[in-house]
Ligand binder design. Structure first.
Ligand code: HPA
Length: 272
């Protein structure tokens, strides 16, 4: 079975569990998953129950597909995701996005927690991803191209859809806050960057750095989906402040913006 047939199979399994027919996909980053509590008419399906999904082996990481309604809008959400630093191949990491496409999802909202490189940014702020830098010498589209998904050489000049960025910015303004906008650099992790690496990444043109999102964005864009990326800046990147980075701090800051983040996502989803 090739990847396309596997995605058809996984979709077949999931669609039999619900009448929800989502056009919007949502991938929830570290500490940002609680929005699924606000979904109604929902089914939770652990990754390991879905054909061709890989079990999440990392302790403390959830991995489930949640199909339901958010503010009355049908969505398919991933609560938890596969990370490259856990050793999963990019085909596994991006497989849920392929399956979303089988549902007819045409808009993908990607969220993550990341470190701020731009000195004008502050922890606790949200950033709209304008573009990305792929600093991991890999790409989920390497390998035989499956033309049912998209072209061999996809355009990458507007992976993060301009009109969605505007909707996100307007939604934040209506909620009384503004969001930063910038370039997200993908770093493998799991170690945080060194101060020298952050200097390099800044020189290369990034405003923020994190360990996810880029593979999913590339695959979504390959299939012609519109993509919105929202990052929660949980900390200043390594070496900017005289303090060490910790996953605990990342989770705490992500949790502290929870309400703002949920309200934003709900507003955006209503406007799509
Ligand atoms: N670097 C990489 N990934 C991250 C960071 C960071 O500083 N903070 C949260 N995720």
């Amino acid at each position: 079975m090739n990847l396309y047939e596997q995605a058809v199979d996984a979709h077949h399994y999931l669609s039999a569990l619900t009448t929800i027919k989502p056009k919007i996909g949502l991938i929830l980053g570290s500490g940002l998953g609680s929005i699924v509590e606000e979904m109604t008419h929902k089914v939770h399906v652990p990754f390991e129950e879905i054909p061709h999904f890989t079990k999440i082996s990392t302790e403390g990481h959830v991995g489930e597909v949640v199909l339901g309604k958010l503010k009355g809008v049908e969505v398919i959400a991933l609560n938890g995701r596969y990370h490259f630093y856990d050793g999963y191949p990019l085909s596994v990491i991006t497989f849920p996005v392929r399956v979303m496409k089988m549902f007819g999802v045409d808009t993908l909202i990607l969220t993550n927690a990341c470190g701020a490189i731009n000195m004008n940014f502050k922890p606790g702020e949200l950033m709209i991803i304008e573009d990305h830098l792929n600093l991991v010498s890999n790409n989920p589209l390497i390998g035989e191209n499956i033309s049912e998904f998209g072209p061999r050489f996809p355009d990458a000049s507007e992976i993060y859809t301009k009109s969605l960025r505007k909707i996100a910015q307007d939604s934040a303004a209506e909620l009384g806050f503004s969001m930063q906008q910038g370039v997200y650099a993908w770093w493998t992790g799991p170690s945080y960057e060194t101060p020298a690496e952050i200097k390099m990444i800044r020189t290369l043109g990034a405003d923020a750095v994190g360990m996810s999102t880029v593979p999913e964005a590339l695959v979504a864009s390959h299939m012609g989906m519109k993509v919105l990326g929202i990052s929660c800046l949980t900390n200043m990147a390594s070496g900017i402040l005289d303090q060490k980075l910790s996953h605990q701090e990342v989770l705490e800051v992500a949790a502290s913006v929870n309400v703002k983040f949920r309200n934003l996502i709900k507003k955006i989803v209503k406007k799509l």
